[in-house]
Design a binder for this molecule. Structure first.
Ligand SMILES: C[S@@+](CC[C@H](N)C(=O)[O-])C[C@H]1O[C@@H](n2cnc3c(N)ncnc32)[C@H](O)[C@@H]1O
Length: 238
């Protein structure tokens, strides 16, 4: 892990949610990486994926932490999985999403409710994932795909210690209900000795449980929110 990153986080009090700027993260990178090129596409405009700023936050943290093993919870259509497969030097990228099912969770979509009700929104995303699968992964080369492991399971019933030896970078973006986010976080901590946990949808108007969970977690932990993004993160073991 980059020593500038450790020094930066340790400069803050050990509890609370700290607001930082994207520039703070960019400044921690080594000067020789300043002109590094990344491979991505314009962010999807469909509901449920990451913004361009989120992508930069994820890739900055990946570069600073230099993980060997990445875990994403919530593959969805594979946009972030593809971003990481193409740009991270990690050895393996695990990505977990629910197994296929014949059950449709929402019959007729309510366009207003989808923007207000987090659990309804989550069910809609589950339906899309089930219907479309990991469409973005089709663009990966055979070699890039060899570094991706898709795991079809409910993250809340998966045995993390049996499935993963160690994880140094976790992106938690599966179910956004309070108990799921808490379960995913506790499970990640079982297999992470040192590294970074990034939560998506912090400060999102729809998935307010993520913000609530992280505010509760911040009573005893130092969490950072990158302004202008939906990403919050915590360093583990430093
Ligand atoms: C917001 S999307 C993930 C977006 C994706 N990370 C990206 O960047 O494009 C949430 C995904 O979490 C999945 N999900 C919801 N609950 C889950 C659970 N309990 N276990 C595993 N995956 C879950 C949904 O099926 C959906 O595909």
């Amino acid at each position: 892990m980059n020593s500038n990153l450790k020094q930066f986080v340790n400069g803050f009090a050990s509890q609370g949610v700290r607001e930082i700027k994207l520039k703070d993260l960019l400044n921690l990178r080594k000067p020789e990486q300043a002109t590094r090129e990344i491979r991505t596409t314009f962010p999807p405009v469909t509901i449920g994926s990451v913004t361009l700023v989120d992508q930069i936050v994820l890739l900055c943290l990946d570069e600073l932490v230099a993980p060997s093993y990445i875990l994403e919870i919530g593959t969805f259509q594979g946009f972030t999985t593809r971003l990481l497969a193409r740009n991270s030097a990690a050895h393996l990228i695990y990505s977990v999403d629910l197994p296929p099912t014949d059950t449709k969770l929402i019959d007729t979509l309510d366009a207003v409710r989808i923007l207000r009700d987090g659990s309804y929104n989550d069910d809609h995303l589950r339906d899309i994932q089930n219907r479309s699968g990991e469409v973005y992964l089709k663009d990966l080369t055979v070699d890039e795909m060899k570094r991706v492991r898709l795991i079809k399971a409910d993250s809340t019933s998966l045995d993390f210690t049996a499935e993963f030896a160690s994880i140094e970078f976790a992106f938690i973006d599966g179910g956004h209900g309070y108990d799921i986010v808490r379960s995913d976080t506790e499970n990640v901590l079982r297999v992470m000795k040192h590294g970074v946990i990034v939560w998506h949808d912090f400060s999102s108007g729809i998935h307010s449980d993520v913000t609530r969970y992280l505010s509760d977690r911040a009573i005893e932990n130092r969490i950072f929110h990158v302004q202008g993004s939906l990403c919050a993160f915590q360093l583990v073991g430093c």
